[in-house]
Design a protein around this ligand. Structure first.
Ligand code: SAM
Ligand code: SF4
Length: 343
């Protein structure tokens, strides 16, 4: 670490600005609250499940809330809950209620597979959640059962409808586009944004975890997706989201919703990366594609107190790499699966 690097990586407390060594403003924490899941998506988890984090190793809600309080005081303003499937952890609504009340948290959102949403949407809205991302890679029930190894398409679709009824905005549908799996459904997904106020986001498949096979061949270039979608209407470009976010945004003329493209591999956005991740067992990850972790839970349980959380945050800023190395000969796929990191 150079001293110039250390200087750049400084917490400017008065301005509540967290800068890393590459002058990126870090304001976003993605928090995976469980590695358990009620689906078994083929690219994420094996059929038989995985060795799960034991209960005593899971960050407690108390620890999560304390961490967010300290991080928010220092400039983390955006929190996303993810998993595993976050809605399978008991007490999640109460956790959301507590996080929504933390001063400094301006944007609170959730990524879910949608299976339990029909029952949860109302409670989540009442708890203070405003934004939801739902992962859905196919609109065909049979194909859904194949990809996720569970026959639960109907519940997910009803969950999406309930989410719209409860007034969440935006409701984003995350579609991981994979050659040979769902690339014949691009137009069907795009059409959803004509009929509903949904934000459809096409996401590139990524080399994460032991399960997902990776040789780079699964990726469909976004130019091809756009070409297909143009067939159903004029694609109009939009500006970036108010609160950042890596999607390139469009809408189809006359449509109620939006279409976004997220391409971490083919046109990576590391230079604008504003995020840190916290795993269910309390490890900070500074990059989705790197196995380097900082043991927040261990430090917190050993030292207690808030100073240690600030210290860990500071360490994370210092450790955040400039970018991922996918495509580079030195790149090694990280070992933790997406279910244990939080996508
Ligand atoms: N269970 C929740 C869900 O599916 O939305 C939250 C956790 S899941 C790990 C978060 C997101 O990661 C999902 O949208 C999933 O499709 C995506 N994902 C998992 N493995 C992926 C991979 N190898 N490449 C791209 N996206 C992936
Ligand atoms: Fe579960 Fe989400 Fe992974 Fe699918 S992508 S197995 S829903 S954690």
């Amino acid at each position: 670490m150079t001293s110039a690097g250390s200087l750049a990586s400084v917490i400017v407390r008065t301005m509540k600005l967290l800068l890393d060594n590459y002058d990126r403003k870090i304001n976003y924490l993605r928090l995976s609250i469980t590695d358990r899941c009620n689906l078994r998506c083929r690219y994420c988890m094996p059929e038989e499940g995985v060795e799960l984090v034991g209960h005593k190793d899971l960050l407690t809600y108390e620890e999560i809330v304390r961490t967010i309080e300290v991080f928010a005081r220092n400039g983390i303003t955006k929190i996303r809950l993810t998993g595993g499937e976050p809605l399978v952890r008991r007490g999640v609504v109460d956790l959301i209620k507590r996080i929504a009340r933390i001063e400094g948290v301006k944007d609170l959102s959730l990524t879910t597979n949608g299976v339990l949403l029909k029952d949860y949407a109302r409670d989540l809205a009442e708890a203070g959640l405003r934004r939801i991302n739902i992962s859905l890679d196919t609109l065909q029930a049979e194909r859904f059962a194949y990809i996720t190894r569970r026959d639960r398409f109907k519940e997910v679709w009803e969950g999406i409808e309930e989410t719209m009824r409860q007034g969440f905005s935006p409701v984003k549908i995350n579609v991981v586009v994979m050659k040979g799996f769902n690339d014949d459904e691009l137009r069907a997904f795009a059409r959803l944004s004509l009929a509903y106020p949904l934000h459809i986001r096409f996401i590139e498949f990524m080399p994460v975890g032991g399960v997902s096979h990776w040789d780079g061949q699964e990726i469909i270039p976004f130019s091809r997706i756009m070409e297909e979608i143009k067939g159903i209407g004029e694609l109009v470009p939009m500006g970036p989201y108010e609160n950042g976010g890596p999607a390139k945004r469009y809408y189809i003329k006359g449509g109620k919703g939006e279409i976004g493209f997220i391409s971490p591999i083919t046109s990576h956005f590391c230079a604008q990366c504003n995020r840190l991740r916290l795993t269910p067992d309390g490890k900070i990850r500074t990059c989705l594609f790197s196995d380097e972790e900082i043991d927040l839970k261990g430090a917190l349980r050993k030292a207690g107190g808030e100073a240690i959380l600030e210290e860990i945050l500071y360490q994370a800023l210092q450790a955040k790499p400039e970018g991922h190395r996918i495509g580079d000969i030195r790149f090694k796929k990280c070992q933790r699966g997406m279910h244990a990191i939080g996508g």
